[in-house]
Design a protein around this ligand. Sequence first.
Ligand code: MG
Length: 491
Amino acid sequence: MNGVYDVVIPTIGRPSLLALLRSLEAADGPLPRNVIVVDDRRDRSQALPCGPFVPGTDFSRRIVVIAGAARGPAAARNRGWRHAAAPWVAFLDDDVVVDGSWRRDLAADLASCGARVAGVAGNVTVPLDASRRPTDWERNVRGLEGARYITADFAFRRAALERTGGFDERFPRAYREDAELALRILADGWTLETGRRRVRHPVRPADAWISVRLQAGNADDVLMEALHGREWHDRATSWRERSRAYLATVACAVASVAFGIAFVARVLRFAWRRIAPGPRTPREIATMLATSAVIPFAATFHRVRAALRIRETLRRPARRAAAVLFDRDGTLIEDVPDLRDPRDVRPVDGARSALARLRDAGIACGVVTNQPRVGEGDLAAEELSALHARLDRYLGPFATIQACVHARDAGCACRKPEPGLVLAAAREAGADPADCVVVGDIGSDVDAARAAGARAILVPTRDTLAEEIARAPHVARDLGAAVDLILSGAV
Ligand SMILES: [Mg+2]
């Protein structure tokens, strides 16, 4: 009598039920006392797919259909085993197919059980298409193959079920209710074993969202933890890590939503500060809303970019001259009284290298010189041209050479300290007067620069008056020092 068993199959009316019953009928070995099908459908208006079996056969007479409460597999199984009378209750899920020797193997499994063995599990195989890699859903179902306490095929001693009360009906779905019962049975002093019989568990078709719906099982994990402690699942540790990863993902989503709300709030507050004092027309409000969202990014972008480039920026001069206009006599060349012969044109020390440094820096060089002897009849225009040709040969090329040839008392607008020469030179050099630096040796050079809106550096000679040096904005001891001031941006 020890090997006498009932089969309990909770079902929600899946067509696979018929395949299971047929495989059960076709298997060899001792027949179950009863096959108790618990009809757990909410709507029982249609017949269950239990037939057609030949009426009156030994197998079909043993099929008993009882109504479930439609409260999930735990409740349905409880109803089934309470209806059973045999010492063993073999639970089968309605989506498995038993092996051809299942009944015989079950009999052997049960016969080998000692008195303290409360149950024997079957072995589940999940047939997959070997020609391709399994999908996520198929891999999920395949997980049944390794699970120890699943009721897809599990035979329990009815006495163990009675002692423990059977399944905990607070588990509403086919997820943790089987492992939960196993834990209580083990805690009651029984053991559980795995037998030799086999069932196949085909992968049923599922839609794209099955993996999402399965997450409802997390609720069962929470109940399991509450009932059996956090360590109940020590044989499969991955789920808790995954649940932590899910938690982290959700935390990120919550944080990003919170930051999004904070961002919108800050933009609205900023926009309101700009809208409130204004005309508040729809156009103005729309403009303020749009730009208030962009301004923080634009401001931060410019600030960060400038900060990243600040070393390079600081290396550049604060000001950059476009042209340097030199006085001639006493500045570029030695001041020779009554200079007429080009052979007497002698550049001052350092003039050539000073000009070269400016030209290398891309700064145009020009000459602004008062030559009243022409207007006073003491020097021919051709003689002046010859002198300047020599000057250009020694120190050129100059972007411009501007000479005022009017007599000292002619009252012209170009004779330094008037601004005319400087303005003309700036124009010819293609520079704004404000970007020009006049370098001269006397006060009228400085004054002409001031009058034209240009900058000035005085390079004094023996003839320069102390008073002129005192009121010059910048003073350099020689042309090289003047160029230093210009290239450093100090002038
Ligand atoms: Mg001079």
